[in-house]
Design a protein around this ligand. Structure first.
Ligand SMILES: [Zn+2]
Length: 88
């Protein structure tokens, strides 16, 4: 009556492998000074000069400026009501 049980360790090995893959993927997405030859967004070729000037650049000029425009926009602009009438 020998049971054909599978080794639990095999399952654990698979889990470890997929975690490792996720870590590898996460690492590969980091900008470690690697400039892209083409824009990540629109796949326009990024000029050599730009890639040298900005190590790790991933976007072309227009996508980058679009991004910066959005980043520069204050998101939590709190519009207060005028208190002038209460100032006496
Ligand atoms: Zn682009």
């Amino acid at each position: 009556m020998a049971g054909g049980w599978s080794r639990d360790g095999a399952v654990q090995d698979q889990i470890d492998a997929s975690v490792e893959d996720a870590v590898k993927l996460a690492r590969s997405r980091l900008t470690d000074g690697q400039s892209l030859t083409h824009c990540e967004q629109c796949e326009t070729a990024i000029p050599d000069a730009r890639r040298k000037a900005m190590p790790g650049v991933r976007l072309c000029v227009s996508c980058q400026s679009e991004l910066e425009k959005h980043q520069a926009t204050p998101t939590g602009y709190n519009r207060r009501g005028s208190k002038d009438s209460q100032l006496r």
